[in-house]
Design a protein around this ligand. Structure first.
Ligand SMILES: Nc1ncnc2c1ncn2[C@@H]1O[C@H](COP(=O)(O)OP(=O)(O)OP(=O)(O)O)[C@@H](O)[C@H]1O
Length: 234
C-alpha cells in the first residue's frame, strides 16, 4: 500500500465541498513520528477539513493522503477500521454515552475493536489513571464537569494505544485553567511517543508550548514553523 511507518503525508491535497466551498487548496505536508503539531488559523480556514481528511471522514477532490502504510485513496472501505485503530480522535464535543459509566464509555472503544474482557479489565484502569479519573470510573457523564468529560474523551481516544492523536479544538468548551490541564495531558501523551495533531484557537497555549505550528488561511498553508507561535489576535 506504500507509505513510511509513522509518517503522515499530504500530497497536493485539494478539498472542494459539493456546495462549492473550498476546504483546502493544494496542501502538501509531512508530519513525522512523535511530532506535536498545532493547526491554527481563522475560523473557516480549513483546519477541521484537514483533520477529517486524515481520518478518512472526507476524501480529497485532488491529491493523496498517506498515513503509515495506509494510502487512503487506494484502500478499500473495509480497510478503514485498521487505519482508525492507529488513530485516537478527540473532538470539542466529547459525546459520551450518557447511560454508561466512565469505565464503560472507555471500555466501549475496546469492545468495538474486539478486545478481550481480560484486556479491557487491565487496560481501562491504566488509561483512566493517566487522565486522573480512576476514582470516578463508576460515575456517569452527567456527574462530571466539562473538563472531566473531556478527559474521558481523551482516555477513550488513547485506550487502543494509537500511534496518532487527532484533536479538533479539544479545549474549545473549557475555561483557561482546565484547558491547560488538558493540554498538559496531550503533551504527556506526546512525550510517551504518540504523534499529536491539534487544531486550536487556544492562543496562549500555542505561544507557550513552542511546538510546530502550521497556519492555514483560506485553505492554504501560509506558515510552517518548528517552534512557532499562534500569530493572530485572539
Ligand atoms: N461539510 C461541509 N460542507 C460544505 N462546506 C464545508 C463543510 N465543512 C467545511 N466547509 C467549508 O470549508 C471551509 C473550511 O472549513 P473548516 O471547518 O475546515 O474550517 P476551520 O478552520 O476548521 O474553522 P473553525 O476554526 O471555525 O473550526 C469553510 O468555508 C467551510 O464553510
Amino acid at each position: 500500500m506504500g507509505g513510511i511507518r509513522g509518517v503522515i503525508r499530504l500530497d497536493s491535497v485539494t478539498k472542494r465541498y459539493a456546495n462549492g466551498h473550498q476546504g483546502l487548496i493544494n496542501v502538501s505536508l509531512t508530519i513525522h513520528r512523535g511530532e506535536f503539531l498545532f493547526l491554527v488559523g481563522p475560523s473557516g480556514a480549513g483546519k477541521s477539513t484537514l483533520i477529517r481528511l486524515l481520518y478518512g471522514e472526507e476524501q480529497p477532490t485532488e491529491g493523496q493522503v498517506i498515513i503509515d502504510q495506509f494510502h487512503l485513496q487506494r484502500m478499500s472501505r473495509r480497510q478503514l477500521p485498521r487505519l482508525r485503530r492507529q488513530l485516537g480522535i478527540v473532538f470539542q464535543d466529547v459525546k459520551l454515552l450518557p447511560t454508561r459509566t466512565v469505565f464503560q464509555n472507555v471500555a466501549f472503544a475496546m469492545e468495538v475493536v474486539g478486545a478481550s474482557y481480560r484486556d479491557i479489565r487491565r487496560r481501562v484502569p491504566q488509561v483512566l489513571d493517566l487522565v486522573g479519573l480512576l476514582p470516578r470510573q463508576d460515575h456517569f457523564p452527567h456527574q462530571l464537569s466539562g473538563g472531566e468529560q473531556q478527559r474521558v474523551g481523551i482516555a477513550r481516544a488513547l485506550v487502543n494505544q494509537p500511534t496518532y492523536i487527532l484533536a479538533d479544538e479539544p479545549t474549545g468548551n473549557l475555561d483557561p485553567d482546565t484547558a491547560w490541564d488538558i493540554m498538559k495531558l496531550f503533551t504527556e501523551i506526546n512525550r510517551r511517543g504518540a504523534t499529536v495533531v491539534m487544531a486550536t484557537h487556544a492562543r496562549d497555549v500555542v505561544n507557550q508550548l513552542h511546538k510546530r505550528v502550521i497556519a492555514i488561511e483560506k485553505g492554504r498553508i501560509v506558515r510552517d514553523e518548528a517552534r512557532g507561535v499562534y500569530g493572530y489576535e485572539a
